[in-house]
Design a protein around this ligand. Sequence first.
Ligand SMILES: [Zn+2]
Ligand SMILES: [Zn+2]
Length: 246
Amino acid sequence: MGVPIAGGYGKEWGNGDPRNERYRCSVWIETEKTSVIIDTGPEFRLQTIRSGIEKVDLVLITHEHMDHVAGLDDLRAYNYVQKSSIPLYTSKKVSEEIKNRFRYMFGPNKYPGSTSVDIKVIDSAVEFRDLTITPLHYNHGSIDVQGYRVNDFSYMTDVKSIPEETKDLVRDSKVLVLSGLRWNPPHPTHLTIPEAVEIANELKIPKTYLIHMNAYVEHASTNEKLPPHVQLAYDMQEIFIGENIN
Ligand SMILES: [Zn+2]
Ligand SMILES: [Zn+2]
């Protein structure tokens, strides 16, 4: 829901620390050759402005919930500048959800000037320029979600449980981003923070960052309770993954 949530509720937990203000989750992956966005939530436009994202070569979408797709319309700015349609990779089910929900962007009656994306359904690893993109299938309560491994970086948001075969695909990543909604109690569709730590430990990833925390998770005091290799992420955080990175 973002933090604070609509109406300003949850503001009292902020303590003036900017890390306690959270837009909906998204990540920008930039390599020498390629600029990739995972998920376009309701604040996508604002995120691109504050991060200075001038080009988008590829969009990866995890699932159909509005906190992950509501900003799709704002991709049209990149269509105008890049003068081309933008590839969008996702699962079969989510591709159908997107076409339904954003019907004006697709088909013979496409509204002039609306976002142009070339949807490609991916179910196994594909190459895109200098990237190997591997879909990561897992459960989010009553629906399934497709996270992504991009080279040595794995991104799984809105996780409730992860099947063994997906864990195997993630295992030797250098960095994992994983969702953890709150400290307790257990939630029907999301991992709690302690449950996410357990998965990070099991997979032995050198560094795991937690995302998708709710308004009751205070950044600094929660991080103090976490092991050094599992920390809360914050908006605008930059992570470098290269040859010599630890
Ligand atoms: Zn969701
Ligand atoms: Zn979500």
